[in-house]
Structure formats: structure tokens, C-alpha cells
Write a protein that binds this ligand. Structure first.
Ligand SMILES: [Zn+2]
Length: 217
């Protein structure tokens, strides 16, 4: 069977990370999130890690050539021989082109949900100010509104989760990712997955698309 070299694309709040974890468990290929590998490089104290840290600490976007180097190094690890799931990379067309030079993906999955669904999903999130537990006013409500089940702490909404901020993030996503989606569409490796329902419904759908795509029984 060919290596499953997958790229997961989708707007914030579409559930990419959740699907990636499920796919990783099902097919035994590593889930590689750029956020995680940045943290690993920083923890290892490598030269690259130090460079990443400088940007992250200043709240700056890590430049393309640094991100590409980090991803390239991670994908060269032996656990990626059977394939990988990239989550959070590529974020630019030049990253997508660079990826093709060292580990060309053979499937790009684009997760799709209407803006209203994503806005409802994200803006309903509440986080405990004391212990960090996550709730959702509709899908995972606490026993008593506004109070954490685990520690009794107050539940708050993160600034990034406010509807107007989410709307802006969705616009940014669309602008930034349209060329990347087009790039993979032109290569004939783009597949879309409807992610407008909750994870227990979407996950089997994702697994089915992947099985059919790679011809796995
Ligand atoms: Zn709590």
C-alpha cells in the first residue's frame, strides 16, 4: 500500500485536530501539528528551537523558511515512513510548494462547515477561569450555568471565541487558504469532507473517505 501522506485543511473550529487524532489512531500514522513540533523543538533547545522561540515569544508569525525546516526535519523521522497527517501546515502557497520537494502529500482533505455552524460551535465555548476545563453552552453544558462542574470556578468566554472575532478569523482563513485549496485541486488530490455535524458523526465519514481513497478494506 502507498504511504498515506495527508494534509488536513479547514477553518478554525472545524475540528481538524479531533479528526486528525482519530485518523492517526485508526491507521497508525503520526498526527503532526506544527504547534506541537514547535513546542518540541523549543523543549529540545535545538538551534532551530531557539529561532522558533524568538518569534513565538514576541507573538510574531514564524517565517516560512523556519516553519519549513521544522516540518522537514519532523517528516524525516522514521515514524513518518508509512505516512503522516499534517495539521497546521501548509499555511501559505510557498509552504505547499516546498512540501512537494521533500514529502509530497497524496491526499489533501478539506473540512467544510457553514460559517453559522462554526460560529455557534466556537462562540458557545466556555472555559473555567480556575482549572481550564472546557464546556459548550449547548453541546456540553455545565450542571449550573456559568459554574465549573469540576472545581466551582467561573466559566468565561475567551476573546478569540467571540462571534465577531470568529467571523474575522473565518474571513482570514478563506483569503489565505483559497490558493492552497486550488493548488491541491489542480493536482487532483483534494477531497472535501462535510464537517457540519458533531465529531461522532464526522469521524466515521472521514475514515470512510480515507479508506476509499487509498483502497483500504
Ligand atoms: Zn474548573
Amino acid at each position: 500500500m502507498q504511504a498515506m501522506r495527508m494534509v488536513f485543511l479547514g477553518p478554525p473550529g472545524v475540528g481538524k485536530g479531533t479528526y486528525a487524532k482519530a485518523v492517526s489512531r485508526e491507521f497508525g500514522v503520526p498526527h503532526i501539528s506544527t504547534g506541537d513540533i514547535f513546542r518540541e523543538e523549543i523543549a529540545r533547545g535545538s538551534e532551530l528551537g531557539r529561532r522558533v522561540k524568538e518569534y513565538v515569544e514576541k507573538g510574531l508569525l514564524v517565517p516560512d523558511e523556519v516553519v519549513i525546516e521544522v516540518v522537514k526535519r519532523r517528516l524525516a523521522q522514521p515514524d513518518c515512513a508509512k505516512g503522516f497527517i499534517l495539521d497546521g501546515f501548509p499555511r501559505t502557497l510557498s509552504q505547499a510548494e516546498a512540501l512537494d520537494t521533500f514529502a509530497p502529500p497524496n491526499l489533501a482533505l478539506s473540512f467544510i462547515a457553514p460559517d453559522e455552524v462554526i460560529i455557534e460551535r466556537i462562540s458557545g465555548r466556555r472555559i473555567c477561569a480556575w482549572c481550564g476545563a472546557i464546556y459548550h453552552v449547548k453541546y456540553m453544558p455545565p450542571k449550573y450555568p456559568g459554574i465549573c462542574d469540576k472545581c466551582g470556578g467561573p466559566l468565561i468566554q475567551r476573546r478569540d471565541d467571540r462571534p465577531e472575532v470568529v467571523k474575522k478569523r473565518l474571513e482570514v482563513y478563506r483569503e489565505r487558504f483559497t490558493p492552497i485549496l486550488g493548488y491541491y485541486r489542480d493536482k487532483g488530490i483534494l477531497r472535501e469532507v462535510d464537517a457540519s455535524e458533531q465529531a461522532p458523526i464526522v469521524i466515521p465519514r472521514v475514515l470512510k473517505v480515507i479508506r476509499e481513497y487509498y483502497g483500504i478494506e
